[in-house]
Write a protein that binds this ligand. Structure first.
Ligand code: HEM
Length: 251
């Protein structure tokens, strides 16, 4: 991601020359690409062995995105498959992970907002069968989909304008009942128009489940003395990461 950012800032002849000479950030990218491709090839081989075993044992296999591509003859070309998989790893994994880091950073500093989210969540666990003391409650996509305040708190965590003011209320209707409509061109974290993020709803669903399950089961405390700042990169990861302590809640 740093190299992608670097390419945006450089004239294209400059990074293309560096790529040709295999120097600087382009050399780093080349090394990492080779590692990723090796990892993907191993994953494909493992998946083929697993499919062979499953076919022989006649057991049912789970559905995964890799299998969708591998079973499609249009993606029989290994290079195309590797490029698609690397693309998915960057757009679908790092983005969500990094957005969650900033969201938890904000939530850990705003216990009042955490309380409102827990109140909104509280009807859900009472409908679930909790097996034994100390068991964790894991929220499902259908259970969090309609929770407006939780969604507002997530959107606020990836909001650019006056980002130092963490204020989920700005996403809610005046009467507090439901979310305001904010057109994509006013909230550009997922871009707008023909290049808009195709995975926005998947990303929001994943983040809702992770934030709901974490906040319901744990108190999140920031470690003291950290320097929190974004890295110069396309997806603004935290330069030094985020250290938190999780304490199991007695619910
Ligand atoms: C918080 C999480 C995410 C954020 C902030 C985000 C943001 C974005 C942005 C800004 C773009 C446009 C990039 C451009 O203009 O070239 C984009 C594109 C894309 N995103 Fe996401 N994304 C997220 C998660 C995901 C997930 C989970 C998936 C897949 C499951 C995904 C799939 C895609 C795809 C396929 C594109 C390319 C769309 C195209 O150009 O046709 N994203 N995303």
């Amino acid at each position: 991601m740093e190299v992608v950012c670097f390419r945006h800032m450089m004239p294209s002849y400059c990074w293309k020359l560096m790529r040709w000479l295999n120097i600087g950030p382009e050399k780093k990218l080349n090394v990492e690409h080779t590692l990723l491709r090796r990892f993907i090839k191993e994953m494909m081989e493992r998946r083929n062995i697993k499919t062979w075993q499953v076919n022989n044992d006649e057991e049912e296999e789970g559905v995964d995105i890799v299998s969708f591509f591998l079973d499609d003859p249009c993606y029989a070309n290994d290079d195309l498959f590797c490029a698609i998989t690397i693309g998915y790893m960057l757009v679908a994994r790092d983005t969500v992970g990094i957005a969650l880091t900033w969201i938890f950073y904000n939530l850990a500093q705003n216990p009042n907002i955490v309380s409102i989210i827990r109140n909104e969540l509280s009807p859900v666990p009472s409908h679930k069968v909790v097996a034994g003391v100390g068991t964790m409650v894991i929220f499902e996509p259908d259970e969090t989909r309609s929770l407006s305040y939780l969604r507002a708190a997530l959107m606020e965590g990836i909001w650019g304008k006056d980002c130092l003011d963490y204020n989920p209320d700005r996403w809610l209707l005046k009467d507090g009942n439901g979310l305001r409509y904010v057109p994509p061109h006013k909230f550009l974290a997922f871009n707008s128009g023909p290049r808009m993020c195709l995975g926005k709803e998947i990303a929001v669903m994943q983040m809702m489940i992770v934030v709901a399950s974490t906040l319901w089961n744990f108190d999140v405390h920031l470690e003291k003395g950290q320097s929190i700042e974004p890295k110069a990169s396309c997806i603004l990861e935290m330069k030094n990461g985020l250290m938190v302590k999780l304490k199991k809640r007695e619910v």
